[in-house]
Design a protein around this ligand. Structure first.
Ligand SMILES: [Zn+2]
Length: 495
């Protein structure tokens, strides 16, 4: 059994021996042929057999053996079809939903700036991130399961079929189980924190034994590194170097090499990070990774805005992958895009940069919203609409993420031989009238909520805007009850 909450979940829908979808536009994210009008995708079981014009796919079908038993053809001629989105930087934290969501007034005039605003309080952040490990330990398993499922469902409903965890308020085993139950692909991780930079103190204070954290991570990699389902993988993470000893950083890198995985981290997310890093470790954030010899193409670094020219050079030379979460920053008062416009330098220098949502206890926008914000904000910051085209936004939300996760042999584009991960969006209403660029119209005025069908690993998980294996409202109700109980246990003033 995957989950104790399995009373809420039906078995996942069966795959088809042959599934064909015909769409008005097929966006492939494959640079060889990025968009096909009147296109078709032909799928056998888990895998894409052919992508092309309707006539080309007709020909492929004619050359195949006679249709086997389980076949289906879907007429999506009023829709566009896109590859499953890849969210390569995410945190599962929904267990604190009630704590964060129900303890505030509906009138948002009471908003306070918080830890991330005005350059960020880096020292306080290290303490908070360290405390999250204790919250996870105290979390009832039923809530952990409901929370993981609720979070993965939110990703699937927004067209995101692959999600990479950078360190969660949840357990890797539980997130992996929720992936198997929901049909999403995930990359799970251990919680890579072993210390804090306490406010008012100059040094680094260890809070956990680095060897123990590494041992736990190694066991996550052994259990989930190459799961037979094909849906679950694992990687080590260092949440941030500000909360990590040299031993943890070096050990996590060694594990990534041993298990041939990426290595997740956040570097230079906050304007104040460099000053604190210098005080505590004697060097700037990227410099620390560089001196330890840990910058490599395995490293996936989130945000990475506040770096100097030397640091930028080291990142580029080493082929470090950057993941950016543009729709996240405004809500927390992080001026990550415009304070340094570093993302434009990275893009301009040809670095591999992807889009992601990051994570929060409260619902964040999905990958379509990240694409919209990247498209609008990067162009605005550059004063140039050719910097971030809608097609580039799609590629940064799919193929670039697959490359960062070292998963691009199987996912990231609609290409024959890759896994069948895709979604569709209706384009037959007023927003698309007369538009020969429906992707641009979707980024302008569409949203996650428009997505009507999601296929992952050949299974139809969402159809007609509803999950095919789960009553979403029953799940949300059970999740909210468990999250509210937990908020009360943590002392939140919820009646
Ligand atoms: Zn993050």
């Amino acid at each position: 059994m995957f989950l104790d909450t399995s009373s809420l979940i039906d078995a996942l829908p069966e795959r088809y021996d042959r599934l064909r979808i015909d769409a008005a536009y097929v966006y492939t994210a494959d640079p060889a042929r990025p968009v096909i009008a009147d296109g078709s995708v032909l799928i056998a079981d888990t895998t894409i057999l052919a992508v092309g014009s309707s006539a080309e796919v007709d020909q492929v079908e004619r050359d195949l053996e006679p249709a086997p038993a389980r076949t289906r053809r879907i007429d999506a001629s009023d829709r566009m079809l896109l590859p499953g989105l890849i969210n390569d930087h995410w945190h599962e934290a929904a267990a604190l939903r009630a704590y964060a969501g129900l303890t505030v007034q509906p009138d948002d005039a009471d908003t306070s700036a918080g830890l991330y605003a005005h350059g960020g309080d880096m020292r306080a952040m290290t303490v908070l991130f360290n405390d999250f490990a204790g919250i996870t330990a105290a979390m009832p398993e039923e809530l952990a399961q409901l929370s993981a499922l609720e979070s993965l469902i939110a990703q699937l409903r927004s067209g995101t079929t692959t999600i990479a965890d950078f360190g969660s308020i949840n357990r890797p085993d539980t997130i992996a189980s929720a992936a198997l139950a929901s049909g999403a692909r995930v990359m799970v991780t251990g919680y890579g924190v072993d210390g804090v930079c306490k406010p008012g103190e100059s040094g680094f204070t260890p809070t956990r034994d680095a060897a123990e954290v590494l041992e736990q991570t190694a066991s996550v990699l052994e259990r989930h590194g190459h799961h037979k389902s094909g849906l679950v993988r694992a990687m080590p993470s260092v949440l941030t170097a500000m909360g990590a000893s040299d031993e943890l950083m070096v050990g996590a890198h060694t594990l990534a090499e041993r298990f041939d995985t990426p290595l997740a981290t956040h570097i230079a997310a906050a304007a104040t990070e460099a000053a604190v890093s210098r005080e505590v470790f004697g060097v700037r954030p990227v410099e620390r990774w560089h001196r330890l010899g840990l910058l490599s193409p395995r490293l996936v670094s989130a945000h990475t805005a506040f770096v100097d020219d030397d640091e930028l050079g080291w990142l580029l030379d080493a082929g470090v992958h950057i993941t950016h979460s543009p729709q996240r920053y405004g809500a927390t008062g992080e001026n990550t895009i415009t304070a340094t416009r570093q993302v434009l330098r990275l893009l301009g220098a040809g670095a591999s940069v992807s889009l992601s949502t990051d994570g929060d206890p409260l619902p964040l926008g999905g990958m379509p919203e990240a694409m919209r914000m990247g498209w609008l904000a990067y162009n605005e910051a550059a004063g140039d609409p050719t910097v971030m085209t809608p097609m580039r936004a799609l590629s940064m939300a799919t193929l670039r993420g697959a490359e960062a996760l070292r998963w691009d042999d199987e996912i990231g584009s609609l290409t024959a031989g890759k896994k069948a991960d895709l979604f569709t969006v209706p384009i037959d209403d007023f927003r698309y009238t007369g538009m020969r660029r429906p992707l641009q119209a979707f980024l302008s005025s569409g949203s996650s909520g428009d997505i009507d069908m999601v296929v992952a690993d050949g299974r139809i998980l969402v159809e007609d805007k509803a999950l095919t294996f789960l009553d979403e409202h029953a799940l949300s109700a059970a999740f909210l009850t468990a999250s509210t109980d937990f908020a009360r246990a943590l002392g939140a003033p919820i009646p």
